[in-house]
Write a protein that binds this ligand. Sequence first.
Ligand code: SAH
Length: 504
Amino acid sequence: MLLSITSTHRPATDLSYLLHKNPVRVHETELSFGSALVFYPEVSEARTTAALVLDVDPVALVRGKGQGEGLLDQYVNDRPYVASSFLSVAIAKALRNALNGSSKERPDLAATAIPLRAHVLPLPVRGSRDLVTALFQPLGYDVGVEDIPLDETLGYLGPEWAHSPYVSLTLSGTVRLSELLSHLYVLIPVLDSKKHYFVDRQEIEKLIDKGGSWLAAHPARELIATRYLRQQRTWAREALTRLAEDDAIDDVLEETARIEAAGEAAPTPATRPKPESTDDADAAAFPAPRKDAAEEALEQPIRLHDLRLDTVAAIVADSGARRVVDLGCGSGKLLARLMKVKHLSAIVGVDVSMASLAMAARRLRLDRLPPRQRERITLLQGALTYRDRRIEDHDAIALVEVIEHLEIDRLRAMERAVFEHAHPALVVVTTPNVEYNVRFPGLAPGTLRHADHRFEWTRHEFLTWAESVADRHGYRVELSGLGEADVDVGSPSQMAVFRLIGVT
Ligand code: SAH
């Protein structure tokens, strides 16, 4: 069976950096059930295609199995020839780094949505053909499904063979390669609806790991989880509940939030600025500081991330900005707060991840907003390390817990896109304070708060960076801690507020 991936992102030959496979060689990976070959049938600056061909050894499949199944069933089945959970295992083994989104040579490209086309042949589909489109279209692909006619004489092998369940699948879209691979990793076995190995609870973790960022927002999530977990409905429910928890939806922040919540004392609400321009509904979102100590003790501790988001929303609200951009908006938590600030006329969320944007659209209920509200908000896919004219002509830009996800050598590119080209009156940046990490009991010494963080800064490092950015681009900057400060290590999070000199 064959999986091919074509990139037309120039120079398309960069696909080889993402796949970690030199295009001039054939790469073979040994698997317990056969071998996976990766090679490049097409290599040019305009178009490069990598192919993964899986050679399943039918004898290896039955070796070591008892006499449980009929001999004919063991030897005569479609398993060696079709895309199935074998292909998912092959993707995980032969294309591991690409699946995880890591790339030593081109990390920025790995984090960037690029035009990709995948072809899977032959793909067994149990159930209606429409299922293929129903599974892939919500993830942003153009889906092509073609039947593969099967010689009717094969009908003697069983009814399943008489009506060919096999299709040739083509997906085209602008996505990160790791997203495309994780979609295929989960959805191929879902369409096939069989697993070649014993399914245990580990599979829940795999589903959450590979589906975490997009599955929670997928309209067919229940079918996906149930089929993926081989009809184990209680497991499917567990997986979906874990995915649906507000913080779990936020794949990137989930772990950070957990670690932070474990070590954090309740931040003092009194330190939170209250925006002027709120009506009653907003007042509920930004409760006034409480003076009564007993009442305060009863109050739910405000989570650090909510504190960040409330603070940034309040600063934007107070600044007089009308047009605001949330760069790296994730699942749209800040956007939801900004929507409540009445005088904001244009609110733009930008993220590289289509899955995050889909979650933001759901959180903001874009499909149900009245037209006048709907006009205020725009969600855009984009990479913040490239100049983007769509975000220029705005008064304020927020980057909440985003810079630490960039490779440090790409910070300059972000800085130019934001401070030089977009050049808004206000920029607010938040990032963890690495000094505070020693106060998190769950965090091993020297580890960062999240696996996807490329760096975390001390207060001094953040100050040095912020002052030099401000100097170079004509801003003044103020730094502050977010969350209750520890005498030795400061606050758990930190924030820089840049204001354009001469404007504000
Ligand atoms: N600001 C949000 C999410 C922070 S998580 C919040 O505070 O809730 C970091 C986000 O940055 C993720 O959604 C991730 O997809 C996005 N991101 C990481 N690198 C990016 C890049 N180069 N371009 C655009 N977005 C990026």
